[in-house]
Write a protein that binds this ligand. Structure first.
Ligand code: NAI
Length: 396
């Protein structure tokens, strides 16, 4: 049977535009037969010229300098929102109202109020919706989920997560959108801590209360000279006029889960030597697991039931027998990369659309995470723990 075709409209051709385009092209090469074949139909950028170049580069059939044209096009089935955070709500709500399925990059929005409106719009429209918390797609993270769900670790007591990077230590890096509250919403909190919050909820369950601390180390940065925000090639602007950084550089938080488990999370873009140090350790009464994204083919497992004279962490190298492994590469430890996580995400999106089902994490999860972020910021302000009420269902 020929898989159905699903027409994708991608908004934004930066870092994530590249990652998502690669995934649309490659997904059926890995997952065969695929639930559906994504067709790269239309791409939108800030103007016609940028969009035309992006279409050429990323293999899209057509391009537009206005995302509204893409959202309104009868040819588009799913709208992919890969632009900075301030543009997520307007595009997502318009796409849902036009009856399009939506995948939106994280964080879902700058504020919980915006995220709530997006959640309501997709629920009202009955369209598939997915938030791109892609790190949970790493096979070793999925394996951690499997081990916990199977009860291998016993009752979960503690989740310890970090997401540490060091790219923003240079005080002459330009004031890109990631340092501006009116575009990004928050700093390390929304940008990277949200990935760990997603994994914490995925592995251990809902977060009931938080106690947080936020710090900003570099209060101003040179005003950028152009649009470019490629992290790896950030221009040096020493001596240029400077603008205010009004977001956090670092967040620390303690977590209380609904299950009774406790946890902690640290995220910063200022930890010298840490490049993409997304880690978690989960302690149960029967064992421990440990994951480090910088060694993402590996999951460390410690079982309390091992005889004491040979107990210790063992290394599981993910491969064909692990989640999604059969579709990826035939040899364990061959190397899972960022690209594969986006390919798996694309597979999950296409599966949900083809089956007429739902995807996970969805906009309700994105909204909940936005509320958790606001609670962390509120706690950092007041010095008090903040309790989180359950999310009420939207619409239908
Ligand atoms: P970027 O700055 O590299 O690219 C954004 C692109 O969107 C630029 O090319 C810009 O010209 C374009 N754009 C901006 N406004 C637009 C509009 N109104 N219409 C059309 N195009 C527009 O940003 P990046 O890193 O790709 O981030 C985009 C989103 O992806 C953000 O929400 C970010 O938080 C998220 N992200 C997610 C990651 C993940 O691991 N899931 C990793 C990096 C970013």
């Amino acid at each position: 049977m020929t898989p159905p075709r699903i027409n994708v409209g991608l908004v934004g051709a930066g870092f994530m535009g590249k990652a998502h385009s690669l995934a649309y092209a490659a997904m059926p090469m890995f997952f065969w037969p695929p639930p559906a074949i994504p067709r790269r139909r239309m791409i939108a950028e800030l103007n016609e010229e940028l969009a035309a170049e992006a279409a050429e580069r990323f293999g899209f059939d057509s391009s537009t300098g206005d995302w509204r044209e893409l959202v309104e096009s009868d040819e588009i089935d799913v709208v992919d929102i890969s632009v900075p955070n301030d543009a997520h709500p307007e595009i997502a709500i318009a796409a849902a109202r036009a009856g399009k399925h939506v995948i939106c990059e994280k964080p879902l929005a700058r504020t919980a109020e915006e995220a709530r409106a997006m959640y309501e719009a997709v629920t009202e429209a009955g369209v598939v919706n997915l938030v791109a918390f892609s790190y949970r797609r790493t096979p070793a993270v999925e394996m951690a989920h499997r081990l916990i769900a199977e009860g291998t670790l016993g009752e979960i007591r503690n989740f310890r997560g970090t997401y540490l990077q060091d790219w923003s230590n240079d005080s002459d890096l330009p004031l890109s959108w990631r340092f501006q509250r009116d575009v990004a919403g928050s700093g390390a909190l929304g940008d990277i801590a949200t990935h760990v919050l997603d994994i914490a909820r995925y592995l251990v369950g809902e977060i009931a209360a938080v106690s947080g601390l936020l710090r900003t180390y570099i209060p101003d940065r040179p005003l950028p000279s152009g649009q470019s925000d490629q992290l790896a090639a950030a221009e040096k602007l020493a001596g240029a006029p400077r603008g205010e950084v009004d977001v956090d550089d670092e967040v620390l938080t303690m977590l209380r889960f609904e299950s009774g488990a406790v946890g902690s999370l640290e995220a910063t873009r200022h930890a010298h030597g840490r490049k993409n140090f997304l880690t978690f350790e989960v302690h149960g009464d029967a064992g421990t697991i440990l994951f480090d994204y910088e060694r993402r083919d590996e999951l460390q497992l410690y079982l309390a039931s091992d005889p004491s004279d040979r107990s210790g962490f063992r290394t599981i190298f993910t491969g064909p027998t692990h989640p999604y492994g059969a579709a990826l590469w035939p040899i364990p430890a061959l190397g899972i990369g960022y690209g594969e996580t986006k390919i798996i995400e694309c597979y999950e999106l296409m599966r949900a659309i083809a089956a007429g089902g739902s995807a996970s994490p969805d906009f309700k999860d994105g909204y909940r995470i936005a509320r958790i972020c606001e609670a962390i910021a509120e706690s950092a302000e007041s010095g008090e723990w903040v309790d989180l009420a359950p999310v009420a269902h939207a619409g239908k």
